[in-house]
Design a protein around this ligand. Structure first.
Ligand SMILES: [Zn+2]
Ligand SMILES: [Zn+2]
Length: 317
């Protein structure tokens, strides 16, 4: 999909459709980011000072990240020519950012989940709060069932899928709180965007401030892998909702992914350039943010990541 072809939607789909058709693969992909709504851009602080301090922090944590190498077979950058986005380019793009009236992230469990899925959703809500430095509210689960014409049987897997656009347009908007910067719904159902696509991980509407992401594909017998995948997808998609483009400078949670194997290789963290964007939109101190991320990881059994966040916190001090 062309980089600016969708104004208001972020679509994570089987972009390499030909590959998906011939192989019947579960290959999935991550599309480019839409244009921003300049009307949402609010810059109210002494940005020059903030930007200089964040640029200094960027340099201090660069050694912790792996520069993006040549793409492996079927990797995102093998089929998408993306330029990346520095911190300064992000600022120049007049990004969508939270405002005083709309600064909460809401997490909505849509439908039924087993105990393990419920736990991962709660952990992901906690992660988004420390990752973005914004208040996150987990809403009570709401019943959800979809019927024809908003469901289909996948031609390869013969499993049931729900049309993501139906959830975005008809299901979520009536439930959107007024103070939401974004409302992210999770579903256990597999999703598809339209009849030409095999499936999507998730989809978001910037104009409506809603997104839906499926736990169907990321699920794994290994609970740690399932958790890491869900954290990465949620952090990545929420970044798009704040106008962050795909990252090409480092292996980064904001880098595009074509397949779960590629997602698995990526860190749960944002690279230095993307860290600065996050700290800028939430007016967050990098050291405090890393300390909170380390505490989250320790609490949730992500030992290696906790140690890494501790090192980054010490480096930016
Ligand atoms: Zn993406
Ligand atoms: Zn990045």
């Amino acid at each position: 999909m062309a980089r600016h072809s969708i104004k208001s939607q972020i679509l994570h789909h089987a972009v390499i459709y030909v590959f998906a058709v011939f192989s019947g693969s579960t290959s999935s992909a991550c599309s480019a980011v839409p244009n921003n709504s300049a009307a949402n851009a609010v810059q109210t602080r002494d940005d020059k000072k903030d930007v200089a301090a964040l640029r200094t922090a960027i340099r201090k944590i660069e050694p912790y990240f792996k520069p993006m190498g040549p793409p492996a077979a079927y990797d995102w950058l093998g089929s998408h020519n993306e330029a990346g986005q520095t911190f300064e380019q992000y600022l120049d793009s007049k990004p969508t950012r939270p405002t005083a009236d709309r600064k909460k992230i809401y997490v909505l469990p849509l439908g039924k989940f087993d105990t393990r899925q419920q736990k991962v959703i709660s952990q992901t809500a906690d992660y988004l709060e420390v990752f973005y430095g914004l208040p996150v509210t987990q809403m009570p689960a709401v019943p959800f069932s979809a019927v024809h014409p908003n469901v289909r049987e996948n031609r390869f897997t013969h499993t049931r899928q729900v049309k993501s656009g139906y959830i975005l347009k008809d299901v979520l908007p009536p439930m959107l709180p007024k103070d939401a910067a974004a409302m992210i719904a999770f579903t256990a159902d597999d999703l598809y965007p339209d009849d030409t696509m095999n499936y999507v991980f998730g989809q978001a509407s910037l104009d409506d401030r809603v997104g839906v992401w499926s736990l169907f594909r990321p699920k794994d017998l290994d609970t740690g892998k399932f958790l890491r995948r869900t954290l990465k997808i949620a952090a990545h998609e929420t970044g798009h909702m704040f106008s962050m483009r795909h990252c090409t400078k480092f292996e980064c949670v904001m880098s595009g992914t074509n397949q779960l194997a590629e997602t698995d290789r990526r860190p749960i963290d944002a690279c230095p350039e993307c860290m600065a964007k996050i700290c800028w939109i939430s007016d967050e101190d990098p050291k405090k943010r890393y300390e909170r991320l380390a505490a989250f990881c320790r609490k949730n059994g992500l030992t290696a990541e906790a140690a890494e966040f501790d090192r980054k916190a010490n480096s930016v001090a």
